[in-house]
Design a binder for this molecule. Sequence first.
Ligand code: CA
Length: 455
Amino acid sequence: MSAFFHQFSRRKFLLTAAASAGAVLLKGCLGNPPEPGGGNAQTQSAVQPIANTNPEQAPETKRVKLGYIPIVESAPLIIAKEKGFFAKYGMTDVELSKQASWGSARDNVEIGSAGGGIDGGQWQMPMPHLITEGIITKGNQKIPMYVLAQLNTHGNGIAIANKHQGKGISLQLAGAKSLFSQLKSTNTPFTAAQTFPAVNQDFWIRYWLAAGGIDPDADIKLLTVPAAQTVANMKTGTMDAFSTGDPWPYRIVKDKIGFLAALTAEIWKNHPEEYFAMRADWVDKNPKATKALLKGIMEAQQWLDNFENRKEAAQILGGRNYFNLPAEILEGPYQGQYDMGDGRKIDDKSMAAYYWKDEKGSVSYPYKSHDMWFITESVRWGFLPKDYLTKAKALIDKVNREDIWREAAKEAGIAAADIPKSTSRGVEEFFDGIKFDPENPEAYLKSLKIKKVNV
Ligand code: CA
């Protein structure tokens, strides 16, 4: 453990967040305020929101077990529980279960909460689709899942070991090509890590490398390594790069282990990041409880996007039960302030993580066009066979339940302007000028120089 983390791991942090009553006085953007004094009296504490008492929307069960990974993507789940937003909609027994790795989350959703696992939770994409198809499950068992909401945008980055400072590794890689080829020719290829193969973090580092003319399958070594181990390996010099979410990139810089070459907010502004998805059998059995969970998440997402709440959010997330780290590690990035560690400093609120809305519209709503990009990118790198380009639409229609998101949003009184009209966000553009038209994924694949699929 580094000196920095060691120092903080011994500190105790008081969670004063729950005492801040002002934070629950949410404005009209949260829809119709609950009827004061109606129905279920709140007995927990004065700061809990008043329960939603519409009997027609009462959940079939109050209990659910959701998995999360301690990175900023999980904030809507943690905030919904800690600020009482799940309870407000009748989900008074939500258990949040910290997952040791993405592989454990996958294993736990395979067995479900009845078997000691989880009913759903936080996912990288397209894990719900891959689990539904039985591509990453034991014995290729097909376990249908539903994507119900996007959790966040931004908050991820590419960290590089400090020994590569000043060698031209940045968002643009033109100045570093000789370094990559020299490392490859001396049989010590540039070694990078992500936390689970063929999902977001893998896609971000692959996109960035390929845009800079580096083939992630031929020019470097790209491995799946748990976050903590990667950081240790970067320190000892055996790992060159790491693709991950806050708080890890910031911790790497703060501890002088490395620097940030790029934020995902720079690679693809307002990109889709991680999602809330559940086992389809749980949702089918508990449709009202599913909507209650979604309403709690939506309310948490709106609360999180009020930047005045972010100091409190950092305290809650940093708490011992959750990320177990000093809140200040999260505070800067939560305001869009990133010390990139190579002399570059970003101070731009539009680069921060967002949960409810960003410059392009809804963050929470799960656009089918983004599922299409994740499937297309899987085909690009050979993770899925090419026929998925034609099978994608049917698979996405089965897995992506934006219809449930819409119903929940309407029931929660979300303003019509905050409910997207289309299941597509339209054409997307990346930092290198490449465009993705969800209506024509093949044209996108054709426009890419480095890929593993013939189009
Ligand atoms: Ca992530």
